[in-house]
Design a protein around this ligand. Structure first.
Ligand SMILES: C[S@@+](CC[C@H](N)C(=O)[O-])C[C@H]1O[C@@H](n2cnc3c(N)ncnc32)[C@H](O)[C@@H]1O
Length: 190
């Protein structure tokens, strides 16, 4: 009886997961606003390594403290790794998902040089960032670029994992050689 109940529960959970997955896929196709909300997928692989290396080089060579911002920081994959290495620089993550935000807070509880804001990134000002790192999604990128241009008050470098920001001046396209969904890092400078 116990084995039957556990098997039934597992099948039920798989069914729910499949239904949820299809709801997300259908919503992505039919709802423009939903497409503008990149889901949680942490940076990984070559793109993550490239962004961390590039930002680390700048931070190592900087004579003054810099501010690094990740709008849509998820669970802090990019900023927490960097904040651990560079205590003399300041890091900010903006994340509107409360659960991911709580994980960020938990993961970074011992770090003094990082702040997290739980909010829609479009309500926050990006102006004080020297470096912006991001991993968002195509339908959002034009609006995201407009936001950066609008808030910009000093020179900024922007590293975008996989997705181009159409209205910003591209200075480098770092090809990862991958042919899959997530590839390349785009560098912009204002
Ligand atoms: C693809 S994940 C990237 C996470 C992280 N930046 C990284 O590279 O590992 C995108 C994140 O952006 C968040 N997000 C999407 N739209 C947002 C918005 N308007 N304001 C704040 N966060 C947002 C999502 O909740 C998700 O966690």
């Amino acid at each position: 009886m116990a084995i039957f109940c556990i098997t039934a529960l597992i099948y039920f959970l798989i069914l729910i997961a499949l239904i949820w997955m299809w709801v997300v896929i259908i919503k992505l196709f039919i709802n423009k606003e939903y497409r503008e909300c990149p889901p949680y997928i942490p940076s990984f692989g070559k793109e993550k390594r490239i962004i961390i290396e590039k930002v680390s080089d700048t931070l190592k060579n900087s004579k003054k403290p810099l501010t690094i911002l990740d709008p849509g920081c998820g669970t802090g994959t990019l900023v927490i790794d960097l904040a651990k290495k560079f205590s003399e620089h300041q890091f900010i993550g903006i994340e509107w998902n409360k659960f991911s935000y709580m994980i960020c807070r938990l993961r970074a509880r011992k770090l003094k040089n990082i702040d997290f804001v739980c909010d829609n990134m479009f309500n926050q000002n990006f102006g004080k960032a020297d470096i912006i790192v991001c991993f968002l999604m195509d339908p959002l990128m034009k609006r995201f670029g407009e936001k950066i241009l609008h808030d910009n008050i000093k020179s900024q470098t922007i590293y975008s994992n996989t997705f181009k920001i159409p209205n910003l001046p591209l200075v480098e396209e770092i090809k990862t050689g991958k042919k899959m969904l997530f590839k390349n890092v785009y560098v912009y400078r204002l």
